[in-house]
Design a protein around this ligand. Sequence first.
Ligand code: HEC
Ligand code: HEC
Ligand code: HEC
Ligand code: HEC
Ligand code: HEC
Length: 189
Amino acid sequence: MKNTVLDYALKIRLPLTLFVIVVSFMLTFYISRAERDSIGYSPEQPIKFSHKLHAGTMSIDCQYCHTGVTKGRAALVPSVNICMNCHSIARKDRPEIIKLTRYYNEDEPIPWKRVHKVPEYAYFNHSVHVNKGIQCETCHGNVRDMDVIKQVKGFTMTACLDCHREPEKYVSYLTNIKKGPENCFACHR
Ligand code: HEC
Ligand code: HEC
Ligand code: HEC
Ligand code: HEC
Ligand code: HEC
């Protein structure tokens, strides 16, 4: 009798228990990974601003609005003033532009929702990448085709390191590209 119970426990229960444990570990790993990765994240914004229209159809240069990309860490999201360069005249009667004008008149920043973000403990800098000729699209996808901005590439440590180790795979449009750093202190300072 004792023997059969033990047999049962070892032959069926133990493998089954182990199986359940392993599967649940794998699931939590992938789920937490996906959350952190935030690929596909595309929040609704306070004003229906379209990159497809402005950067695509109208071909406004990215740097007209994202003035920080060659200068430092942040690309920077434009202030309402930049929008008003055109919208004090263009499409003034449209509901979204009336909303925009209200932010401007009340001197209130537009509460844009942040889409791409690395955690505080990791250091990223736009200018070192952009000034080497790495294009926005390599990291942000085809923004000129997006009505609403969406994260399409992962910004995990593995994703950063993949390109740092073999940049020629990701930026084949550049010649003589140097590898990026792999030492911990480059990105965790
Ligand atoms: C007319 C101004 C304007 C132009 C031109 C423009 N952008 Fe933007 N961009 C914005 C505004 C405003 C936001 C914040 C609202 C949003 O996310 O749609 C933004 C957001 C973004 C974001 C997401 C920021 C975040 O929160 O993570 C990326 C990436 C981006 N732009 C890339 C580009 C690229 C690449 C180009 C050129 C192909 C470009 N933008 C051209 C105004 C502009
Ligand atoms: C260089 C000029 C220019 C700049 C800068 C610009 N826009 Fe526009 N925008 C236009 C024009 C022109 C249209 C109309 C295009 C069309 O309908 O063919 C437009 C259309 C729009 C619309 C759609 C309006 C509608 O028809 O409902 C919104 C919303 C908008 N812009 C928001 C913004 C915001 C927010 C900014 C600043 C981040 C901005 N624009 C910066 C020129 C500009
Ligand atoms: C090597 C990859 C890479 C390239 C190239 C790149 N970005 Fe980014 N971008 C990122 C990462 C990573 C973040 C999140 C940074 C953070 O949280 O500090 C980000 C965030 C942003 C943001 C929102 C936060 C901010 O920095 O103000 C905007 C806007 C943006 N990028 C626009 C651009 C534009 C425009 C270009 C091209 C001129 C560009 N990016 C090129 C990786 C890149
Ligand atoms: C090219 C930039 C880069 C380098 C080099 C780098 N990291 Fe990271 N690391 C990141 C980014 C970005 C994140 C945040 C995204 C993520 O969680 O994957 C991160 C996250 C981490 C985390 C948190 C991971 C987690 O699962 O929460 C640890 C721990 C870490 N790094 C340690 C290291 C160590 C140790 C080294 C050196 C062997 C190193 N990193 C080198 C960019 C880098
Ligand atoms: C598409 C390729 C690519 C991606 C993706 C990329 N990098 Fe880089 N990065 C480079 C290259 C190439 C260099 C080296 C530039 C040089 O010095 O010539 C570099 C340099 C750096 C440096 C050194 C800057 C300095 O001050 O010297 C840091 C820090 C860095 N990257 C962080 C990151 C982080 C964090 C991420 C991910 C969120 C990331 N990078 C994603 C290509 C990339």
